[in-house]
Write a protein that binds this ligand. Structure first.
Ligand code: PGA
Length: 244
């Protein structure tokens, strides 16, 4: 269960969240728990998570290890700051910041080399779904972003299927709609890499996951977890997702 905080919360609000959240998930052991705050609040989150099962991730990275790339953060920097995870290719990055399948691939390789667990996001836009193009769009993103990885690398990634029309809109894909796409993603990975790597791949659903719809989604065998935006900002609501 991964929380994507996007551009929300200060360092003080991060610490306050963890104080409230930690006791609520202390006894839970059914899933990994990941919080991805804005870069500047990674140290606050790592400090506040110490001694718990909660892990911290970045929301993006740049593929070079260091260099003259103003504003960017590298995989080794995230690791040094205490991150174990990183989100790559979120639809907001694709939509507003020029992320492409090629940059997603380069970032995924950099994350894996540094020992991070990449959460690679894919998803179709509303007009693509309405035109019946969900599968070709997903396949292009999958092949372009991950298709050049080795099988041993594919086993180490997590994919997040996030239909763009469901993100932050309150419109969730039905559990069956999400499961259909998850099944399709796994079958395409199996076709390229075989059933071993495809079976180990974790596929999260993202897009308006909330305490009142999490059970239905997680009841689908194909859905291994969730990438959560809005509902991860509040300690009680994210804890009820973790303890679904
Ligand atoms: P949401 O965001 O849960 O607020 O829809 C999900 C995401 O963008 O990862």
């Amino acid at each position: 269960m991964a929380g994507n905080w996007k551009m929300y919360k200060t360092a003080a609000q991060t610490t306050a969240f963890f104080e409230q959240f930690r006791p609520l998930v202390e006894k839970s052991d059914q899933c990994d728990i990941v919080i991805c705050p804005p870069f500047v609040n990674v140290p606050a989150a790592v400090g506040a998570a110490q001694g718990s099962r909660i892990e911290v991730g970045g929301q993006d990275l740049y593929w070079a290890k260091e260099g003259a790339f103003t504003g960017e953060v590298s995989a080794p920097m995230l690791v040094a700051a205490g991150c174990q995870w990183v989100i790559i290719g979120h639809s907001e990055r694709r939509q507003y910041f020029g992320e492409t399948d090629e940059t997603v691939y380069q970032k995924t390789v950099a994350a894996l080399e540094a020992g991070l667990h990449p959460i690679v996001c894919l998803g179709e836009r509303l007009e693509e779904r309405e035109a019946g193009k969900t599968e070709p769009v997903i396949l292009t993103q999958l092949r372009g972003g991950l298709g050049k990885l080795e099988a041993a690398q594919v086993e180490r990634i997590t994919i997040a299927y996030e239909p763009v029309w469901a993100i932050g809109t309150g419109k969730t894909a039905t559990p069956e709609m999400a499961a259909d796409v998850h099944r399709y993603i796994r079958s395409m990975v199996a076709r390229q890499y075989g059933f071993g790597p495809a079976g180990k791949l974790r596929i999260l659903y993202g897009g308006s996951v909330k305490p009142d719809n999490v059970k239905g989604l997680m009841a689908q065998n194909e859905i291994d977890g969730a990438l959560v935006g809005g509902a991860s900002l509040d300690a009680n609501s994210f804890a009820s997702l973790v303890n679904f």
